[in-house]
Design a protein around this ligand. Sequence first.
Ligand code: ATP
Ligand code: MG
Ligand code: MG
Ligand code: MG
Length: 566
Amino acid sequence: MRLSRFPLATTKETPSDAEIISHQLMLRAGFIRKLGAGLYTWLPIGLRVLKKVENIVREEMDRAGALEVLMPTIQPGELWKESGRWDVMGYEMLRFKDRHKNDFCYAPTAEEVITFHVRQDIRSYRQLPINYYQIQTKFRDERRPRFGLMRGREFLMKDAYSFHMDAEDLSREYYNMREAYIRVFTRVGAAFRAVKADSGNIGGALSEEFHILANSGEDLLAVAEGGTYAANVEAAECKPTGKRAAASAALEKVSTPGQKTCDQVSKFLNVPLTGKVKLLVVHAAEGQPHALIGIALRGDHQLNEVKASKHPKVKSPFKMATPEEVQAAFGCETGYLGPIKCPIPVIADHAAFEVADFVCGANENDHHLKGANWGRDAEEPETADLRAIVEGDASPDGVGVIKFYRGIEGGHVFQLGKKYSKAMNLTVLDEKGQAVTPEMGCYGIGVSRLVAAVLEQSNDAGGMIWPDAIAPFRVIVCPIGMDKSEAVKAAAEKLYADLNAAGIETALDDRGARPGSMFADADLIGIPHRVVIGDKSLATAQFEYKSRKAEKAEMIPASLEAVLEK
Ligand code: ATP
Ligand code: MG
Ligand code: MG
Ligand code: MG
């Protein structure tokens, strides 16, 4: 690709509304553009990465024996009523009616639709097992779309659904998919962990998530060092200990809404506070304290007296209140909560304790307390990834010591059992002609999220660092003074043509930019290999080569072979 024909929309400035590095870099490098909350357009260079990830997922699903299908993104509400999920999906499911007043939804997932098709097409045990997958857009009206593609509302998911005559065969396919996932996550270049997971509203017994380890991850993982135990804390048997336990205990103590003295709270929060502080507990369900809101009250701008647990907004089950909700719950003026950025002054359950670098409210502008933490040292772990953040007890299985990591859920495999097949009356005839309700498995990968997640692990001050397998281009050829030197122009054109002919996707920076800005762009978009061609090096029959990961460039012979060796 000639960059002159492929305009790069790169910027130096960090977009102010992007909180995490992957989101910032994807905006800066012109990979994506925001259309609305949780809605993003993929620009040409970004789309190349998305397609690479998609193809790796496709290759591994095909290799594992799954069959690709493509189902509509618009689904009849009738099917969701059959499964019983129409009423439990809540606001995450986008619903609408057609001109005949029939209910529809935009697919958040597709268990119902695939079960409908299998019910029509699969009659005999001879046709099972079968595993159908698709790579298709999903929409979930997330309460808090954020972090760009990490938690979008519209996103690309690979979803697979398998059907089996018995639980044993389901288990076989589950491990087959698990292996395929390990290959996918390895091939995209992610450092990941498979962990025991909570099944959420999809249902079913056994389930595991594949997490990309990164401090920006929204999930907390309990992983045994020196053992094999690993679980999302949502599903972990191990209870937090040490500082974490102290924090939980403190939460218990203050879990009655009301005012506490500043000293008590200050001690608990480990941040200096002045004036009075109001603490409110948010209940996930009746009698289950779920989150604690701390508001510093100052001067005569006292906040309205609101008993959070009695407030209708706060009573409804939610994990993290949005600024709007906090505002509604506290009845404060608009201007007041404006400066509060997410993570907002809500500390959720144990799972969120370590995220807690929150901004604590104050009722005056510029008096917000930033970086408040519950029961842990204020400083962040140094490295962006892979560092255990808290040490815990012995592993529940007795092998190893638990450490807690943050993770980004990139994939999820489930043994669903008969939940959907039973609810939707799917039966298949066995050898004896008896109707049997098949066992089901389902397996998801967040394809667009995976692009962002890999980037969270793979970047530096210069920008993105793409692993070869998913880079938008493998090599970038940067000619210096191409317009002035025929020799440079000829050598660059030849190398560019030869590399592409050899099957190496290559970009030629023929925009006539100065070397500095040419290199800065190549670094920002994260091309793994850079070849610089100039009159000076050509004089000694050499190219300058630099790996995106290396600190320094090196000289190599001016030949295709020498470049290919890299
Ligand atoms: P999360 O816990 O992050 O909300 P989930 O458990 O609701 O994810 P699943 O129903 O397991 O998601 O969907 C399969 C995969 O789809 C997830 O593992 C994740 O990678 C991806 N995914 C889910 N929600 C989103 C989203 N809002 N934006 C991007 N990817 C998503
Ligand atoms: Mg979700
Ligand atoms: Mg999840
Ligand atoms: Mg999940």
